[in-house]
Design a binder for this molecule. Structure first.
Ligand code: ADP
Ligand code: ADP
Ligand code: MG
Length: 685
């Protein structure tokens, strides 16, 4: 076995590989770019070598520098992770030429599977079933169109060099073919530097089921069962699970045998994935066709680890160091059910636009919440880290395991509900909606699941106004109590017989007033663009009474809360929630088991905004761009009035006046980039 390896990757996969190495007492060398100087993967390894600028082409794709780093540190082997150089046969060959072991398949196998068209020709010879289509070398336009007609519309045009869901165009009818082909070729040239295409029958409502295979240098090859990755957006995986629901033992054996045949056809060594597209007939019949082989460890490999109890990175290391596979096919078993969710920095409600920003809050579910091994979190970031535009938008992977799919589903929902991220848009809430959608819950899986369930997946509000307001008010009152300010008591009246008044008189707050016997405080919020006022009354007996909204819209009732760890158990209007609250500038982020929401605290909540009011500072709640100012120096403004608009995380945010005053100075101009906490304008009393 190796004594030291270099990990030629970053993020969660670099951390993942380092974890197995640490367990096996193999020393690790990290490589890092400028942007990753303080990244988690650097500290996860024993040594680290800086290899260049932030853009991948200046660092993680600079293979000469990576090889030099391996040489300089005395590493014996290189683990490429996934993405970057993992499927680059020149790099694999260069490692061998430099006397380093490439922890992956031989360069010839990477090359054979690298182009979709060529690999299909090989698979055809090996007797692996293919989607009806054309994958010839002749790229004549007239011929391609004729082939499309022969195959029958709808068809899918795919860039042969494509990957990551890019370079694909579905075409419904012959009239659209030319335009789709041209656009596919343009994207292919831009993304992959070559524009050869293949054409496939477009399978309706297909499932994506892939088989994990493993080969060694002794001629053994096994399959580690299947993963269902049908839940996709933009042809990219969102949720993956194993085993595939509805898979029969016969079909599993057939698919396993086809995958092993595919691997053997290219003398495969190490971890690989054979992806199949599965056509579901009305009679429940499932036909599977080879789609492509990914010659590396896959993002979703943990679900296979969860159901087999194996460590695939350990297998990779063993195979690469020349050992035979640790098991034979007949020793492999499936235990229970596992699901992985990819948490990405993106905005599902805005066509999954990737988001960047910093993880101001990154709170993970406690792995001890369940018995060990039922929840696993793979990530490459820590609270405070940035999700930069340079790399993938994946923040973390949550992997749950249960005896049954139902149990795994419940655990996934629970784990997602305890994942709190503030600072950038993520798909956490969206993933919860997917997990709970009828299709996913009933395992009615296919690649059209997301569009089919859109009514319950997009533009939802998991928490109502009352929950959000009650959480904010309870947290404000609680944080005051925590700072040893006794709660205001009902006073017997001005000049009454109050004796113990050693503390600052809360009745003197500028936002409180007290009719006889009751102290009241007013709060103002903005929720989904609507202004809402709330009044909190402190009753004689110390109880709290809350009124949210006015007139016909109002909700009134007693407000109760009790501390529960970092959260508060809040009860208001027949609803009880354990609410976590993180306030960043004027925005409060509320997380409960039901979901998360944001509410803007316009008025004087607790101390944070009190100090804003005192100093007249108005700061950017997050890094972003100033879009416009609604005011100019010298303008008189009223509390709650919109002052400026910022754009961050691809969304616009309005900055409102915390109190009445006069604008003293604008500190930026529209279009300026600002960091979090930057003072946007000065307000004088
Ligand atoms: P597929 O290509 O079939 O979608 P995967 O689901 O395994 O296969 O996705 C691999 C993709 O992950 C790569 O193509 C790349 O876009 C992305 N990626 C590469 N490196 C990293 C990384 N360090 N962290 C997160 N994602 C990465
Ligand atoms: P990539 O290299 O980008 O991963 P794939 O060939 O693996 O490309 O296809 C990605 C996804 O596109 C599949 O998981 C599936 O959802 C969809 N897809 C691919 N081929 C077809 C097809 N013939 N019919 C319908 N959908 C397909
Ligand atoms: Mg694929």
């Amino acid at each position: 076995m190796f004594k030291k390896i270099l990990i030629a990757n970053r993020g969660e996969i670099a951390c993942r590989v380092a974890a197995t190495c640490a367990r096996l007492a193999i020393k690790t060398v990290a490589v890092y770019s400028d942007a990753d100087a303080n990244a988690k993967h650097v500290s996860a390894c024993d040594e680290a070598v800086h290899i260049g600028g932030s853009a991948p082409k200046d660092s993680y794709l600079q293979w000469q520098r990576i090889l030099a780093a391996a040489k300089a540190t005395g590493a014996q082997a290189v683990h490429p992770g996934y993405g970057f150089l993992s499927e680059n046969e020149e790099f694999a060959q260069a490692c061998a030429d430099a006397g380093l072991v490439f922890i992956g398949p031989p360069p010839s196998a990477i090359k054979a599977m690298g182009l979709k068209a060529e690999s299909k020709q090989l698979m055809e010879k090996a007797g692996v079933p293919l989607v009806p289509g054309y994958h010839g070398a002749d790229q004549d336009l007239v011929l391609l169109k004729k082939e499309a007609t022969r195959i029958g519309y709808p068809v899918l045009i795919k860039a042969s060099a494509g990957g990551g869901g890019k370079g694909m165009r579905a075409v419904d009818k012959a009239d659209d073919f030319d335009a789709a082909l041209a656009s596919c070729k343009r994207e292919a040239i831009n993304s992959f530097g070559e524009d050869a295409v293949l054409i496939e029958k477009y399978v309706q409502r297909p499932r994506h089921i892939e088989i994990q295979v493993f080969g060694d240098t002794h001629g053994n090859c096994v399959y580690l069962f299947e993963r269902d990755c049908s839940v996709q957006r933009r042809h990219q995986k969102v949720l993956e699970e194993a085993p595939a629901p509805g898979m029969t033992q016969t079909m599993r054996e057939q698919m396993g045998a086809a995958a092993v045949a595919a691997a053997k056809a290219v003398n495969y060594v190490g971890a690989g994935t054979v992806e199949f597209i599965v056509q579901q007939g009305d009679d429940g019949r499932m036909d599977f066709y080879f789609m492509e082989m990914n010659t590396r460890l896959q993002v979703e490999h943990p679900v296979t680890e969860a159901i087999t109890g194996l460590d695939l990175v350990e297998w990779q290391l063993r195979v690469a160091s020349g050992e035979p596979l640790p098991c034979k096919q007949q020793d492999l078993r499936i235990h229970g059910h596992a699901i992985e969710a990819r948490i990405c920095a993106e905005n599902p409600d805005n066509n999954f636009l990737p988001a960047t920003g910093s993880l101001q809050v990154y709170r993970k579910p406690a792995c001890t919440a369940f018995e060990r091994s039922s929840l696993r979190i793979d990530d490459g970031v820590r609270q405070g880290d940035a999700i930069s535009p340079f790399y993938d938008s994946m923040v973390a992977k949550l992997i749950v395991h249960g005896d049954t799919r139902e149990q795994a589903l419940a655990r996934m929902d629970e784990a997602l509900s305890h994942t709190h991220i503030v600072g950038l848009a993520t798909n956490v809430q969206f993933l919860r909606y997917v997990v709970k959608s009828p299709s996913f819950a009933q395992a009615n899986l296919d690649t059209a699941l997301i569009p089919r369930e859109q009514a319950v997946l997009f533009k939802q509000e998991p928490l109502g106004l009352n929950v959000a307001v009650a959480a904010c008010v309870a947290h404000a009152v609680h944080s005051e109590q925590a700072e040893h300010l006794p709660p205001p008591r009902s006073s017997p009246g001005r000049g009454g017989s109050q004796t113990h008044t050693t503390w600052t008189d809360p009745f003197a707050r500028r936002d409180g007033f007290r009719p006889f016997g009751v102290a009241q405080r007013r709060f103002a919020f903005e929720f989904h663009g609507d202004k809402v006022e709330a009044t909190l009354s402190y009753l004689h007996d110390g109880a709290l009474h809350l009124q949210v909204g006015e007139g016909a819209q109002q909700t009134v009732g007693s407000l109760q809360f009790a501390a529960k760890g970092d959260a508060l158990d809040v009860q208001f209007a027949q609803q009880r929630h354990t609410a976590f609250l993180y306030q960043k500038g004027p925005t409060a982020h509320v997380f409960t088991a039901q979901g998360a929401t944001q509410i803007i605290v316009i008025d004087l909540l607790a101390h944070a905004s009190a100090s804003t009011a005192q100093t007249g500072r108005l700061t950017a709640p997050m890094p972003g761009k100033v879009v416009s100012f609604a005011v100019k120096a010298g303008d008189a403004v009223k509390a709650g009035q919109a002052l400026a608009v910022m754009e961050a995380m691809k969304m616009e945010h309005t900055i409102a006046a915390p109190k009445d005053g006069t604008v003293a100075e604008l500190m930026y101009a529209p279009g300026d980039q600002v960091t979090e906490g930057a003072e946007l304008l000065k307000l004088a009393a």
